[in-house]
Design a protein around this ligand. Structure first.
Ligand code: FAD
Length: 617
């Protein structure tokens, strides 16, 4: 973590100095804002935390609840989300309080006594095999707390405006603030004008309705009860995630943070035709009785139920993720999270995918509203996120129908475990791959960096920092601060790297505000092939040793070494199959690989940024 470069800091260094709208933020909702976020769920809160890094943009987040969420529904956090938490600065703290899923066990009917369940397999959880970040269980309310802290501690000092309900909106054709939003502000009806609105208002989204978008899909005829319970039990896997397929039905059992609490999703069977959602009033006692029938010969003695619900599985995607009904119009209103995709809870994806919607949208709004990028950039939000939502629905439909099978429909007791492992990259959050666009360079030279697939998130690896010899994860240095990352992997003798560094300086300067730090838009890092102790920090080109802040202090954390040492076991060139002739990997502010170019092709790099950035005024 870097601080002190604006002068000595004696307080918590995570609290960044307030800037712009964060300096004299009014308590009351103003009549005009740049961005109005509706809803403070995972999608809205991540977006607020991201917008706090753009303090010249007036952003407000309204929430109809009176205060913070106390008890959330979601709790499964995929490794990609933990990686995102790292970018927002709170991964280590949330990991420390969460339940870490190390294993997933599978249970089925005992062949000798089919009325009893037996363990059929133990499977190591996929999380740590795919990423250096774990797969966690922690309450949605805590995730929101951490994002609220990031939004408050960012230079924009954003805090939710609780007790304000969105009631409708009209998008006008003209005006600097063309979106007229109607709200109920603590009992008073009023309007707010906004440049852009983000509908993060959940499955029953009023914003979706206001822009005329429709949820398309079906409610499946299967009901599940869910409860967070404190119990005593003789079931030996109470602290291990389990899928239980018994003659009496199915349970997905997930231990929770804190060492005692567990969540159970309990199969309530097919919903009769014409039920008209009556199943949702199934009493808690029935849910507990079903759980005990399925767990036989084991039993749970329930001491307390912290939360419970009954729901029917539905799979729906909205017919558009913004209000641009024809291709010529720039979007003004966006839908994120459950407002545009809903599905079952058992694959643990909803909150995770919703947060990635917010991450995808946030930097784009920030760039357009600060004049860094053209308005067309905003159309890439719907183009990129809608296919991801469709994949999510397809995956969840398959996983929930596998989970809901009857034992006689299962020919191989191992097949659920096999499917779980074979598809692991998807629920980890790492399958997303954006196609070529103005922010994904279709003419990239993938063969120069096979281990950084174009359009996928940048997969970190360990390197040694030349300045201090510390082993660090290259990707963990990338904060959610809205900057582009440019990783220049050196050729063997670093001759090409030096001339690349010289030729790109004017290119980066073109897009960097004259009164800002030289790395305000591009965070450029060099990775050499030699050991860290064979390089002299001060010999590196000046591009990698920028002097920033009011004192113009040298940044010592942009130069790295790939060669393994006794502490650093990996060579990132080997691990990510990088060309030994050097390669430039460009990574977007939301951590997706955007371009892969040789060190001697500065023109292609210039053409790429020409397509998505505006010169600094
Ligand atoms: P929400 O979390 O629904 O937030 C929307 C916010 O908007 C709310 O705070 C609401 O009060 C506010 N709002 C609504 N209307 C208005 C209005 N008119 N004006 C102002 N504010 C408004 N997902 C996972 O990833 N992992 C899991 O393990 C998981 N488990 C789940 C278990 C259950 C039982 C359920 C039901 C869901 C689960 N999910 C899980 C899904 C997850 O909860 C949602 O996908 C996620 O919360 C969606 O986030 P969101 O920000 O889009 O919407």
């Amino acid at each position: 973590m870097q601080f002190h470069h604006h002068g000595y800091v004696s307080h918590d260094p995570r609290v960044l100095p307030a800037e712009g709208t964060g300096l004299d933020r009014p308590d009351d909702l103003p009549d005009e804002v740049d961005v109005l976020i509706v809803g403070s769920g995972p999608a809205g809160m991540l977006l607020a935390a991201q917008m706090s890094q753009f303090p010249s943009v007036v952003t407000r987040i309204i929430e109809k609840r009176d205060g913070r969420l106390v008890l959330g529904q979601a709790d499964g956090i995929q490794p990609r989300s933990v990686e995102t938490f790292q970018a927002f600065g709170f991964a280590p703290r949330i990991v420390a309080e969460a339940y870490n899923i190390g294993w997933m066990n599978f249970w089925g009917p005992d062949p000798e006594h089919p009325e009893n369940i037996v363990r059929t397999s133990r499977t190591e959880d996929y999380g740590l095999k795919i990423s250096e970040f774990p797969h966690l269980i922690v309450n949605q309310a805590r995730v929101l707390d951490y994002f609220a802290e990031a939004a408050l501690n960012g230079p924009g000092r954003i805090v939710p405006d609780y007790g304000v309900e969105f009631t409708g909106l009209t998008v006008h054709e003209t005006g600097e603030h063309p979106v007229e939003v109607r709200v109920n502000d603590h009992g008073t009806e009023r309007t707010i004008r906004a440049k852009y609105v983000a509908g993060c208002d959940g499955a029953r989204s009023g914003v979706r309705e206001a822009i005329g978008r429709k949820h398309v899909g079906v409610m499946a005829a299967h009901a599940w009860g869910v409860m967070d319970a404190l119990v005593n039990t003789d079931f030996p896997d109470w602290r291990i995630k389990c899928a239980i397929n018994a003659e009496a039905g199915n349970i997905l059992h997930i231990p929770r943070e804190g060492g005692y609490l567990s969540r159970m999703y309990i199969d309530l069977g097919e919903v009769a035709e014409g039920d008209n959602h009556q199943v949702r009033s199934t009493p808690l006692e029935t849910v507990i009785r079903r759980a005990n029938e399925i767990l036989h010969p084991y039993a749970i003695d329930v001491k307390e139920v912290a939360w419970h619900s009954v729901y029917e599985v539905g799979h729906r995607v909205t017919d558009g993720f913004d209000d641009a009904l024809d291709a010529d119009r720039h979007p003004r209103v966006f839908l994120t999270g459950d407002a545009c995709h809903t599905h079952s809870a058992k694959a643990g994806q909803g909150m995770n995918v919703s947060m990635q919607d917010g991450f995808n949208l946030g930097w784009k709004l920030g760039h357009v509203l600060t004049g860094r990028a053209p308005q067309e950039l905003l159309s890439t939000y719907a183009a990129e996120r809608r296919p991801v939502a469709q994949q999510l629905i397809d995956f969840d439909r398959e996983w929930s129908s596998l989970m809901a099978r009857k034992p006689e429909e299962i020919s191989d007791p191992q097949d659920l475990a096999t499917y779980y492992l074979a598809t692991a990259e998807f629920p980890s959050g790492f399958m997303t791959q954006y196609g070529p666009s103005m922010i994904i360079d279709g003419s990239s030279r993938q063969e120069l960096a096979a281990g950084f697939p174009l359009g996928k998130r940048f997969k970190s690896a360990e390197v040694t920092r030349v300045g201090d010899g510390n082993v660090v994860h290259l990707g963990h240095h990338a904060k959610a601060d809205g900057r582009w990352r440019v990783y220049a992997f050196a050729d063997a003798d670093a001759v090409k790297l030096s001339s690349w560094a010289e030729s790109v300086e004017p290119l980066f300067a073109r897009y960097t505000p004259k009164d800002g730090d030289v790395d305000a838009v591009f965070d450029v890092k060099a990775i050499y092939q030699q050991r860290f102790d064979e390089r002299e920090f001060t010999d590196a080109p000046a591009l990698f040793r920028p002097q920033t802040g009011p004192y113009g202090l040298t940044d010592w954390e942009k130069i790295y070494s790939a060669a393994p040492t006794v502490w650093c076991h990996d060579d990132i060139f080997e691990a990510r199959e990088l060309s030994r002739d050097g390669v430039v990997v460009v990574v977007r502010p939301d951590q997706y690989v955007a371009a892969i170019l040789p060190l001697d092709d500065v023109d292609e790099l210039a053409a790429f940024f020409e397509g998505n950035l505006l010169p600094a005024s």
